[in-house]
Design a protein around this ligand. Structure first.
Ligand SMILES: Nc1ncnc2c1ncn2[C@@H]1O[C@H](COP(=O)(O)OP(=O)(O)OP(=O)(O)O)[C@@H](O)[C@H]1O
Ligand SMILES: [Mg+2]
Length: 258
C-alpha cells in the first residue's frame, strides 16, 4: 500500500489528510498500539507490507486477528453484504475428514488410536503429540499445508462475489499475507481478547493466556495490516467500519487486473 520512497510516502499522507479526515481523527483517538502500527506503515521496510497482487483470482481480502478478537463476528457482517467467506479453519478440518488420504497418512504415522471410533481425527491426541515432539509439527505442516493451500485456491477461484473474504486466524504466524491482495486485522486489546475468549470457551485465565502467548503479538499483526477494524466497542459499533471497508474493497476489486 505505502511505499518506502519519501515522495510516495508524502503523497500518501497528503491524500490521507485530504480525503480521510475522519479516519485521521479516529486514529488520534486510538491507543498507542494503533498509532505505532500506523507509523510503522509509513516508515515501512517491513516485509509484511510487501504485497503483490494475486493473479487470476478474485480480489482477496485476508481477515485475521487474535483469538477471540471477533473475526467470525465481523466475517458474518461482510457475508450479510453478499461477500463470499473462505474459512481457513473449516478447510483445515475438511482435509482431514474421515476417509481422506491425509487422515490415512496421519493414522499410518501415529497409529490407529489417533482416529476416534467415529472415524474422526483425535485432535487432542495430536496436539499432545506435537507438544511432546515439536518436530512432528514440521511433518504435519508438510503434509497438510499443500492440501489446505490447494483447496483454498480452488474455493477462491470458484467464488462469484466481487471479492472474497479469506478468514485466516494464523495469517501472520504462517506468513500467508503475501497470498492476499489486502490484509484486514480485527483488533482489540489483550484484556478484551482474554475476557471474550474466556467467556465464550469457558476457559480459565491461565488457559486463555497460554493460547494468546502462542500466537503472534498484537503489534506483529497490526504491522501487517492494510486496514484495521476496532472491535473493542459494542458489536454494532463495528458495522459502519465494515460498511466503509466493503465499499473500499468493491472499488479495489473493480480495479484489479489479472
Ligand atoms: N464487539 C463485541 N462486543 C462484545 N462481544 C463480542 C464483540 N465481538 C465479538 N464478541 C464476542 O466475543 C467472542 C469472540 O468473538 P468471535 O468468535 O467472533 O472471535 P474470533 O476472532 O472468531 O475467535 P477465534 O479466534 O476463536 O475464531 C464471541 O463470543 C463473540 O460473540
Ligand atoms: Mg472464529
Amino acid at each position: 500500500m505505502i511505499r518506502a520512497s519519501g515522495y510516495a510516502t508524502r503523497l500518501r499522507i497528503s491524500l490521507y489528510l485530504r480525503y480521510n479526515p475522519l479516519n485521521l481523527v479516529v486514529l488520534y483517538q486510538c491507543d498507542l498500539t494503533r498509532i505505532f502500527a500506523f507509523l510503522s506503515q509509513i516508515i515501512t521496510l517491513n516485509p509484511c507490507r510487501k504485497r503483490s497482487q494475486v493473479r487470476n483470482m478474485p480480489y482477496i481480502v485476508a481477515l485475521t486477528g487474535g483469538i477471540g478478537s471477533g473475526k467470525s463476528t465481523i466475517a458474518q457482517a461482510f457475508a450479510a453484504s453478499g461477500v463470499e467467506i473462505i474459512d481457513a479453519d473449516l478447510i483445515a478440518r475438511e482435509v482431514v475428514e474421515p476417509g481422506t488420504p491425509a487422515l490415512q497418512a496421519i493414522q499410518a504415522r501415529y497409529g490407529a488410536s489417533i482416529v476416534t471410533e467415529q472415524g474422526m481425527l483425535d485432535r487432542k491426541q495430536l496436539r499432545d503429540i506435537i507438544f511432546q515432539q515439536p518436530e512432528e509439527k514440521n511433518w504435519l505442516n508438510a503434509l497438510l499445508h499443500p492440501l489446505i493451500n490447494a483447496r483454498t485456491r480452488q474455493l477462491i477461484g470458484q467464488a462469484t462475489s466481487p471479492y472474497v473474504l479469506w478468514v485466516v486466524p494464523l495469517l501472520v504466524e504462517n506468513q500467508l499475507q503475501h497470498q492476499a491482495d489486502r490484509v484486514l486485522v480485527v483488533d482489540v486489546d489483550e484484556p478484551t481478547q482474554l475476557a471474550r475468549t474466556q467467556q465464550r470457551d469457558h476457559l480459565s485465565v491461565e488457559q486463555a493466556k497460554r493460547i494468546l502467548a502462542a500466537q503472534a503479538t498484537r503489534q506483529q499483526r497490526l504491522a501487517c495490516a492494510d486496514d484495521i477494524i476496532d472491535n473493542s466497542g459494542e458489536p454494532e459499533d463495528a458495522l459502519p467500519q465494515v460498511a466503509e471497508l466493503h465499499q473500499r474493497y468493491l472499488r479495489l476489486a473493480a480495479t484489479k487486473q489479472d
